[in-house]
Ligand binder design. Structure first.
Ligand code: PLP
Length: 399
């Protein structure tokens, strides 16, 4: 069966060039980079090279890049690392639309006696920067606001946010897991103090990530152990994956133009055609301040899970809300924070493309998704009842 993969915000295919550079580090160059011998030492040099590649896509200094096991670890390391280094400050500012790797950590911290301010968003998923300025206090240890939202693709005005945080004298962390590789970044002239990225969102393997920590920021290690990563993260390095991440960053930099134009054109065509052909559909999130690869669509009066099942039957992989919450029928906390109507939250589907997506993939989705929506509307008692109720309300209101 043909697979049309449109779930790249959940994870991506590992680029063949990435696999190629990784393979020798399993069987040929398997030395421990911390060893004294040359066999291990040559591996350490390759890690340095990967660090350079990662810092290049960020516009950072290699010494500012720390390798981790994933985006979730980087987010935990950033927030815990700053809280532990500044024990007198017990306030955190974050947003209501963060990925669970920050959202649930902040909930945990709140239960553990820290003070957490969660900033709300408007119907387009954007923050109120005045609310942010009011929220940052003298005892705010860290402000953690994501770069781009994994569900809607909405991009926050990160530099403006950083300026506000800096003016107030706090430290700024951004979860850029969905941004790195999709939009250009330059941390050299940035207000960002710490930034999270994850390998498997940019065609590197799962189980590797990185954390940018600006020089001069006092950081306390999250994983305490050996002296790896200049004493900032204990644990023998995941060498093949780190080398893969370096290559993936090099490729992402090379294909950045493609992401900005080719992938965006595909996404726009997909979105426009679906909106045209499926009635009662809407786009969730800001139309322009958005990642080029993502569309989050709501189809009123149908269940997102039912849409996904029927798409799956056709070989189309999509997602409803965050991949990490799939398997639960909880409606998306992101769409709820945006005030998306209940009937639309439940019928939401995220389609996310990559540089491996093709026009044929997009045409295939356009061919199959609108009929699925029509079919579900016909058979769904929930859909019919809701529509009858809506119609009668309209009639009563004289609309
Ligand atoms: N942050 C965001 C915005 C994400 O989209 C994800 C994964 O979906 C993560 C963090 C977690 O990254 P990882 O899966 O590498 O732990």
């Amino acid at each position: 069966m043909r697979i049309v993969y449109a779930d790249n915000n959940a994870t991506t295919k590992v680029a063949p060039e990435v696999v190629e550079v990784m393979l020798p580090y399993f069987t040929e160059y398997y030395g421990n980079p911390s060893s004294m011998h040359t066999f291990g030492g040559q591996v350490a040099k390759k890690i340095d090279n990967a660090r350079q590649q990662v810092s290049d896509i960020l516009g950072a200094d290699p010494a500012e890049v720390l390798f981790t096991s994933c985006g979730t670890e980087s987010n935990n390391a950033a927030i815990w690392g700053i809280l532990r280094a500044n024990p007198q400050k017990r306030h955190i500012v974050t947003s209501r639309v963060e990925h669970p790797a920050v959202y649930n950590l902040c909930k945990y911290l709140a239960q553990s006696g820290y003070h957490v301010t969660e900033l709300g968003v408007d119907s387009k998923g954007m923050l109120d920067l005045n609310e942010l300025a009011d929220a940052v206090r003298e005892d705010t240890a860290i402000v953690s606001i994501m770069y781009a939202n994994n569900e809607t693709g909405v991009i926050f005005p990160i530099e403006e946010i950083g300026h506000i945080v800096k003016e107030k004298g706090s430290i700024f962390h951004t979860d850029a897991v969905q941004a790195v590789g999709k939009i250009p970044l330059n941390l050299e002239k940035s207000t960002i103090d710490l930034l999270t990225l994850s390998g498997h969102k940019l065609h590197a393997p799962k189980g590797v990530g990185a954390l940018f920590i600006r020089k001069g920021i006092t950081f306390s290690p999250f994983i305490v152990g050996g002296h790896q990563e200049r004493n900032r993260r204990g644990g023998t390095e995941n060498v093949p994956s780190i080398i893969g991440l370096g290559k993936a960053c090099e490729l992402a930099k090379k294909y950045m133009g493609e992401e900005q134009t080719g992938v965006k054109q595909l996404r726009d065509k997909l979105e426009d055609e679906i909106l045209k052909n499926a009635p009662d559909a809407r786009v969730n999130g800001h139309k322009t301040h958005r990642l080029p690869n993502t569309t989050n669509l709501s189809f009123e009066f149908v269940e997102g899970e039912a849409i996904l099942l029927l798409l799956n039957e056709k070989g189309i992989c999509a997602s409803s809300g965050s991949a990490c919450t799939s398997g639960s029928l909880e409606p998306s906390h992101v769409l709820r924070a945006m005030g998306v109507p209940f009937t639309a939250v439940h019928g939401s589907v995220r389609l996310s493309l990559s540089r491996y997506s093709t026009m044929e993939d997009v045409d295939f989705i356009i061919e199959h998704l609108p009929p699925i929506i029509r079919r579900l509307r016909e058979i769904s008692p929930y859909g019919r009842e809701t529509r009858v109720k809506e119609q009668s309300t309209r009639i009563q209101a004289g609309a």
